[in-house]
Design a protein around this ligand. Sequence first.
Ligand SMILES: O=C(O)C(=O)C[C@H](O)[C@H](O)CO
Ligand SMILES: [Mg+2]
Length: 403
Amino acid sequence: MKIEQAYTIVTSPGRNFVTLKVVTDEGVYGIGDATLNGREMAVVAYLEEHVIPALIGRDPQRIEDIWHYLYRGAYWRRGPVTMSAIAAVDLALWDIKAKLAGMPLYQLLGGKSRERVMTYAHCTGKDIDACLEEVKAHVALGYRAVRVQAGIPGIPTIYGVAKREGERYEPADAELPAEHVWSTEKYLNHVPKLFAAVREHFGDDLHVLHDVHHRLTPIEAARLGKAVEPYHLFWLEDCVPAENQEGFRLIRQHTTTPLAVGEVFNSIHDYRELLENQWIDYIRMPLSHGGGITHMRRVADLAGLYHVRTGFHGPTDLSPVCLGAAVHFDTWVPNFGIQEHMPHTEETDAVFPHDYCFEDGHFIVGEAPGHGVDIDEALAKQYPYKRASLPVNRLEDGTLWHW
Ligand SMILES: O=C(O)C(=O)C[C@H](O)[C@H](O)CO
Ligand SMILES: [Mg+2]
């Protein structure tokens, strides 16, 4: 069997997605998610110029060899563009292999470790009361876990909260980066009140998560972690920019609040120090940015040595292809923690028909051979690409900060 054709499909049903389709000379095909929010066309160029020409003629069953050909063979290793391109190939090849085996992907990985996959919902609001309304609505839908993000008095635009009430939240909302303003002090003084309100209204059993989104220094993150201990969060996510893995040592020394990190990571090397020192509790790197299934299952195994569990990134800027493969991985992986769930639009789900389903706060994996997600190429053509950039953040004095 040989790879006869491979090509990218760029479509924008409400937001930009990039899909790689790999077709074999026996007609079986697989698809992978190559979406990198705000950098979509960089991954397309990398795939079309440097990856696809080298794939043609190769045996698609040699997943491991192709992975290393694209990783070690690139010379310029790692990075979000390279690893997203490798991930897209890897997801497509695992899709093909499972189809050839006539089994759903989770079976090929090792079978079910659980019947269904617990998710967490995004509950956001312009203020605490609005956020509590969203928590109430999502608890009624059966969610056991909610990520809460609310507006901060004195800060005009905040991560995770739509600009206008009732609108879907999409951060890549302008052709060139929108400029947001940030105040750590206003945030640190206000956000503990959000968790106090959630616990007061919804009790102790609901899992409560929060995304700091890279904006604190280690000592500020330590202050926040200590301040929220009475509310026993499920996790504080991305509390500091994580290039400095050593920064987590200081946070860990001060607080028992669990820490999640890694949606901007793209390799096992980004995690090694954090895991070996047990400075974190959940790994967030998604299949589509972290080199695919071949790489992520090694990361999950390393994490498992240190009692660390998975908590895959899963906003709407990862396509249903990545989410579908993630539900198979989540169903199999022994050290599963939780799966982020930000529902795609109906338009998106129509472009990407899939067999995973959602009920009572959980995903249920499908039984179709492969990862169970396809792409309607004719429909995809109706949604042309339009450049969209993630925002930048500035402190109140104008300093360019972390978004
Ligand atoms: O879903 C999350 O936890 C995020 O932090 C979402 C990110 O802002 C988003 O994926 C950036 O494209
Ligand atoms: Mg996040």
